[in-house]
Design a binder for this molecule. Structure first.
Ligand SMILES: [Zn+2]
Ligand SMILES: [Zn+2]
Length: 206
């Protein structure tokens, strides 16, 4: 029973937003063509704290270039990213830009599928997996609403950016600590605690 390998070929849809047609790119090394597209972001572009919203505008600048064994794709992409600030958890919106270059071979290796490479499907190439890898790698691991985001107050959880720099929980003014503080200040010559300490340090003697 022959086993038919299903490669990437559920046959690409030439109208797919990330499918590029190389038919009008002469298979002569050196020929090149540049294309600019804005496409809806595919789903699943997300890591822990940030992601590209599905359907948002991805801007692509793509150069397709014939080389001896395939089509070399050089691309730049810009995508909006939304997430949560890693310090204060407020919403963050920013744009990431990535550049990448990938060879799409004319033929898949005669025998085994080349796991590392991409191949043309007829005249078509699907940029989605390459673009996806590049974007996910570029997503910020710890997005910040601003570089100097002061985060949250460790004691009460207040947004330090809102409550201002004077916000604090000064222990000196906390009644629970007042008694202890008084004892510590009084531990001077007249404060009864630890007379032995004074005897040990010979410097106090006349
Ligand atoms: Zn923040
Ligand atoms: Zn606080």
């Amino acid at each position: 029973m022959p086993h038919f390998r299903r490669t990437s070929t559920a046959r690409l849809d030439p109208r797919g937003p990330l499918v590029f047609d190389t038919r009008n790119l002469p298979r002569r090394p050196g020929s090149a063509r540049t294309e600019t597209r804005t496409v809806p972001a595919p789903a699943g572009l997300r890591t822990g704290m940030a992601g590209v919203p599905e359907g948002s505008d991805l801007r692509l600048d793509v150069t397709l270039e014939s080389v001896s064994d395939g089509v070399l794709v050089t691309a730049k992409a810009a995508a909006p990213v939304t997430g949560e600030c890693a310090r204060c958890l407020e919403p963050v919106t920013q744009t990431i830009e990535v550049s990448f270059r990938e060879l799409f071979s004319y033929e898949q290796g005669a025998g085994d599928e080349d796991e590392d490479g991409y191949a043309l499907d007829g005249d078509l190439l699907d940029l989605e997996p390459v673009l996806r890898d590049a974007l996910v790698l570029a997503l910020p691991l710890a997005p910040l609403c601003r570089q100097d985001c002061p985060g949250l107050c460790a004691e009460c959880g207040a947004l330090l950016a809102q409550v201002g720099p004077d916000h604090g929980h000064d222990r000196a003014n906390d009644p629970r600590w007042a008694g202890l503080r008084q004892q510590m200040t009084q531990a001077g010559p007249d404060g009864s605690p630890a007379p032995e300490t004074r005897e040990e340090s010979g410097r106090g003697r006349p």
